[in-house]
Write a protein of this length. Sequence first.
Length: 139
Amino acid sequence: MTASSTEVLTPSDLNYSNKTLKRAERALRCTSFKLSLFVTMRKNSVPLSEIALSTGVEKKYTQKFLSEQQTETDLIWLITVGILRREVDGQGITDSFRLTPLGRKVILKWESEGKEVSKALWWDRIVDNLTRWIRFFLF
C-alpha cells in the first residue's frame, strides 16, 4: 500500500506481535472500565466527563465510581500502551478518547467471543504496575 492510497485499513489488516496483544489485554483488564465503554469508543469519541464519577457507573462504562483523576490516569495509561488516542478537533486536543487500531482489534476479539473485560489476576496487576512504574521513572 502506498502513501497516496485511499484504502482504509481495518484492525484485521494490521499485524501485532503476541507480546503487544497480551500487553494490551493485560492493561485493559487492570482498569475498572467495562467492555461497553470500549464498544462505544469504537464508534464515537467519549469525553472524560461521561466516564468519571457517577456518570461512568450510570452509563455502565465503569465497574465502580472513579474520580476524574483516576479515570484520566487510567485512560492515559491506555494511550501509552497504544489502545486509545485522544480526539483532536480544529482547536487541538480535546478531553475525548477513541480506540486505536490495536484497541479495536482487542475489543472486536472480545466482543466476538462474547466476553466482558475479565478481572485481572494478581500477577497481571503486578506486571502492569511494574511496567507503569518503570515507564514513569525512565521516560
